[in-house]
Design a protein around this ligand. Structure first.
Ligand SMILES: [Zn+2]
Length: 164
């Protein structure tokens, strides 16, 4: 398994953002890694840069730049690892809503479907709820609505502002 975390500087012109992508972290191993050992130092550094900024010199003047994590983008396999939640094919594996999904036959196997029921749209997830589910999962030792435990990224991302 390989996990690579890159960062973009949002203030750069669009054509330059992807040219100057920075590698924030890289993890390669034979199996799923303990994500908090990977993400916790990144989140802690991000909190320091958010609260205190980084000071640098521009034309002889000290400039302090603060860093904000606007959005984390990752594939459907990496996303549940960062969120410490079930993958898209597990019960309550949707990161956007609390639809439990159901198993349906597909081809020669089975797949989880999040089809809309006649009762209407499922309840959307929000940041406070994600934290509450993580807290419950931590104390119960089980999975709560797809959330395993609190992930480092839960602490710095507001799910109402930007989903993983
Ligand atoms: Zn959903």
């Amino acid at each position: 398994m390989q996990i690579h975390l890159g960062s973009l500087i949002n203030e750069l012109q669009l054509r330059l953002r992807h040219v100057h992508t920075m590698l924030a972290g890289s993890l390669v191993g034979p199996s799923e890694p303990p994500m908090d050992s990977f993400s916790k130092p990144i989140v802690e550094r991000r909190e320091r840069l958010h609260d205190h900024g980084a000071t640098w010199i521009n034309c002889g003047r000290d400039v302090t730049t603060k860093v904000y994590m606007g959005l984390v983008s990752c594939d459907s396999v990496g996303r549940p690892l960062l969120q410490n939640m079930k993958q898209f094919n597990g019960e309550y594996g949707c990161g956007f809503c609390r639809h439990s999904g159901c198993i349906v036959a597909k081809g020669q196997g089975y797949s989880r479907s999040y089809a809309q029921s006649v009762a209407g749209l499922p309840e959307e997830r929000n940041h406070a709820q994600m934290l509450q589910h993580a807290e419950t999962a931590l104390h119960s030792g089980s999975v709560e609505f797809g959330i395993r435990v609190l992930a480092s990224y839960h602490l710095c991302l507001n799910f109402s502002d930007g989903h993983l």
